[in-house]
Design a protein around this ligand. Sequence first.
Ligand SMILES: Nc1ncnc2c1ncn2[C@@H]1O[C@H](COP(=O)(O)OP(=O)(O)O)[C@@H](O)[C@H]1O
Ligand SMILES: [Mg+2]
Length: 486
Amino acid sequence: MPGDSAVEEVELPGGYTLMVRGPGIVELLEGEVEVFGARISRGRRLQVPEGRVLPLEAISDSFLRSSAEPGEVVKGSTVPNSWAELAEEALEARKILVIGANDTGKSSLVLYAANRAAREGRRPAIVDADVGQSDVGPLGTIGMAILREPAPTYSELEPADAYFVGDKSPVGHLLPMIVGSRLMVDEALEAGAAPVLVNTTGLVEGSVGWALKVHKIEALRPDLLVLIERESELEHIARSAPRDVKIVRLRPPASMRKDRGWRMRYRAANLSSLAARRAPIELDLRSLRILNASSLVLEEDAELARRLEVAAGVRPVAAGRFGEEAVAVFRDRLEQQSFSYASAVLRSYGEPRIVTLDRLVGLYMGLIDGRGRFAGVGRMTDLDLRSGALRGEAAFIGARDVGGVVFGYLILDDQWQEIGSIRPGYFRSDRSISKYVFSTGFQSIPSSRAISLRPCTPMAASAASSSTNVPRPSTSSRVTMAAPTR
Ligand SMILES: Nc1ncnc2c1ncn2[C@@H]1O[C@H](COP(=O)(O)OP(=O)(O)O)[C@@H](O)[C@H]1O
Ligand SMILES: [Mg+2]
């Protein structure tokens, strides 16, 4: 177990920085140490998260006790001068947006600049839109925290609010990503916080990265845009930025250490900390707002349900039309023949979509209160559409009542660890949405494979199975882009 590493006492001369790797606890026995701009005084204990490297910079000769894995010692600070200059500029800004690929130091820079502002007596906020590597709030959320004092690690920040997206990647969720970021920034500003520093996902490449970042710039209108580039991978984003936004271009800090696999461990640790607080819940869906699952808010069509039962030999738990789609929800996965017949029935009503609830055991979900504000996250274990009962577990943040459920995309085991996912659009009507919001990974039954209703016409095997199987990774060729309208 990495958490069981030995406790060591370390002497660190003033003017040197010791890098320690989490998980572990560091306690300052003597002296003065700074971490990302936050001063730590004697007796202070720091939690170094799994998958993170923390630079402990000794201001004066110091003595530490640490259970985190010690790394190298470097002379001076690992905080680049460019960060100090940026932190200075940030004091004059209201909104600062930080963009960079994975592992370019975004989270650390944001924390450092916020700490420096807090030291100057400001009330900075961090909006963490990196849903896959959440520093503030649960995994898959856009979290917001206001700093009352400098914080050496993110684990010391309590989220003031969050917006549930439900996945570890923004792909397929560009609308919630933009809306959530804007809502959290507005909320921080309304609470009197400034500067508001916004961290983002490492998705910068290609047309999806471009669309996400450029629209985020549009929606947030930052007065300072920080681009952290290894080479010139952000050029396409810089070129589309409004002319009146001040752009600061930085290189990733030289002292950064890359460690393959840490991103996964960081996610696992985030989910474990949620699991440690979980409690059983039972919700009545009929009285709740349901988001992200159009298949659950269908207008029931009894005739369609009856025809589906005759064709498939199994009664659907729900059936109806949603826009141009004809949707059937079954409790369990259908046999291939039944699937083909059910698809054929649906096709005579619209674009066929078949959802099976057994695929959704362990689904990650967000809980919101009656006003749509974040209340917590949960894991669904059972969904009974007839009675409307949703059972599962939830970890609450704050003390808000549950007024709605936002379905997510990750599938979690009973320890809340990732064991799979459903594709964006499995549960939601993405067929048409995808044309407008760059959603990817949609699978439907190709219309060229349409079959007639006669019972013995076999459906092409590949078409049938590709629609029931676990989603394949989406390919970039599926991405469609709409021209921005002005
Ligand atoms: N200036 C720095 N000095 C020392 N370590 C750093 C520095 N910047 C980042 N790191 C470490 O490098 C790793 C990746 O940095 P991080 O800020 O998480 O990048 P990103 O958010 O872009 O993925 C982290 O473990 C972090 O503690
Ligand atoms: Mg990060």
